[in-house]
Structures are given as structure tokens and as C-alpha cells.
Write a protein that binds this ligand. Sequence first.
Ligand SMILES: Cc1cc2nc3c(=O)[nH]c(=O)nc-3n(C[C@H](O)[C@H](O)[C@H](O)COP(=O)(O)OP(=O)(O)OC[C@H]3O[C@@H](n4cnc5c(N)ncnc54)[C@H](O)[C@@H]3O)c2cc1C
Length: 266
Amino acid sequence: MSTPGERGAVDRGPERRGGRGGRGGRQRPPRRAVEVASVTKVTPHLTRIVATGELDAWNDGGPGAHLKVFLPQAGGGSVMRTYTVREFDRTEGRLTIDFGLHADGPMTRWARTAAAGDRFSVAGEARPGYTPGAGVRWCLFFADHCALPAVSSVLESLPSGMEAIVFVELTDAADVTEFRSAAEVSVAWLIESGRPGDELVAAAGNTALPDGPGEVWIGCEAGAMRGIRRHVLGELGLPREALHSRAYWKENVENHSDHDTGSDEE
Ligand SMILES: Cc1cc2nc3c(=O)[nH]c(=O)nc-3n(C[C@H](O)[C@H](O)[C@H](O)COP(=O)(O)OP(=O)(O)OC[C@H]3O[C@@H](n4cnc5c(N)ncnc54)[C@H](O)[C@@H]3O)c2cc1C
């Protein structure tokens, strides 16, 4: 089911969108054609695809950045979905994307059976990720399975001396992974029970903010993201500028907007 603003699930290319980007008339850099170089099962519900191709001078957007993936369809056009730049090796021109296998949509169906040589394309540049502000001593992360690639990438970029407190909700404990970070990381792995994200909302309700300057990062289902936001801004009194929230998907919605930060509630 699509909501009215989200019917762009089938993307017919920049030329049919008018050539100029919709936002502020910005010229969108052309898409880049890539090809699957390798497929690896990281955990039972996470498939890693490394792609190579037209990636010269590609802007990777920094840790936890997101990009648009375009998958050609048999009848013409392409399906577009949002994914995280898990890693970009600029020297080798290799782009890594981790596909969670939870959704029941065309991109996930493709990722289940993707093979070396499959062709797709990516947006001309990635959208910026997350780097904590200057002086930040701690970061709290609330993420579900499909925001795990973003959290992994951000944790890898954090400096020593920073504290990262991470809550991840999975549907299956077999998907627990190791994080690499120079920061001091503590992780609570939660297993979904009830609605998606309920465990993250409950964890937020049982959490106090550490002392000193810090920030909160949220990436999960749209309703759960709003529940956590309300709590950290309201009960916990986090300043708005210290919050970085984004819906990574929405129950019963195809291709949910990557612009949904929950700020409509303010
Ligand atoms: C900034 C950003 C970064 C993202 N990065 C990643 C990433 O690195 N890896 C990744 O796996 N996903 C990532 N996602 C989520 C991904 O874009 C969605 O899961 C996407 O909808 C999957 O497309 P699809 O064609 O398989 O399903 P769709 O056709 O979009 O949806 C079909 C059905 O599946 C449901 N659904 C969609 N996503 C999920 C889910 N995650 N869990 C359960 N049900 C779901 C929908 O509600 C719908 O009912 C990211 C999203 C955003 C906004």
C-alpha cells in the first residue's frame, strides 16, 4: 500500500522527473550504473552486496549516509529504495550496501537472490550521514535491523574517549553482530515482541541521559521513532538540536519517505 506522497516507488529516471531535482531546483547528478561484484551472507537476515562500476569521484556522504538504489524492472523503469552506504572504498571504487531481509518488497526480494553480475544503479551522490557535534561526550543510539548498517558505520567513525550506548531491536537473535569502534561501546540487543520498535520505545523509557554534552540518534520504524522522540525531547529534556531521528521504514507503506524525521509532531 502506498500513501499519496509516496507513489514515486517506481522511478522513471531524472529526465522524467524534469531533469532538475525536486528540492530547491537543485540539479541532481546523474545516476551511476553499477554491477554486483560479490554477495555475502553476514547473518541470516543480512546480505552484504559489494558493487563496482561508475563510482569515480562518488560522494559517499560520510558515516551512516544514505543513498538511493534503483533496480531495473522487467517492464521498464526502475524501483527506487533508500539504503545506507555501509562502506565506500574510494581507491578500489567498491561500494558496500547491507540489505536486511525483512521487508516484503521488490528490493528485498532481489537482495535475497542477488548474484555477481546483476546490474543496478545508484544516485549520483549520497545524502549526508551523522557525525556527532563538537564537544559531544556520549551518544545514545536506538536502531532496528535495517538501521544496523548505519549504526555500525557511525560507530566505526567515533573517536576514543566517547561513550556510545546502543539499543538494537532485532527479530532474530541470530542476527547479532560485532561492532568495531574506538569509542567505549555498550550494546543492548533486544528482540522484537509486539509491534516493531516497541522494545526500543520501552528501552528509551528506562534510560537516563548520561551527564555532560551528548546526542541521541534514532533510526527505526516510523511510529516507534516518534515514540522515542517524544520521550527523549519531553521526559528526558534533550535539546532539539541534539536529536537526530529518521524513520527507516513504515508499517504497511512501500518506499516510505527518507525525509521523515518525525518533526511534524513539534
Ligand atoms: C535513510 C535510510 C537508510 C536505510 N538503510 C537501509 C539499509 O542499509 N539496509 C536495509 O535493509 N534497509 C535500509 N533502509 C530501509 C529500506 O529502505 C526499507 O526497508 C525498504 O522499504 C525496503 O524496500 P522493499 O522494496 O524491500 O520493501 P517496500 O516495497 O518498500 O515495502 C514492502 C512492505 O514491507 C514493509 N517493510 C519495509 N521495510 C521493512 C523493514 N525494514 N522491516 C519490516 N518490514 C518492512 C513495508 O511496510 C511494506 O509493507 C533504509 C531506509 C532509510 C530511510
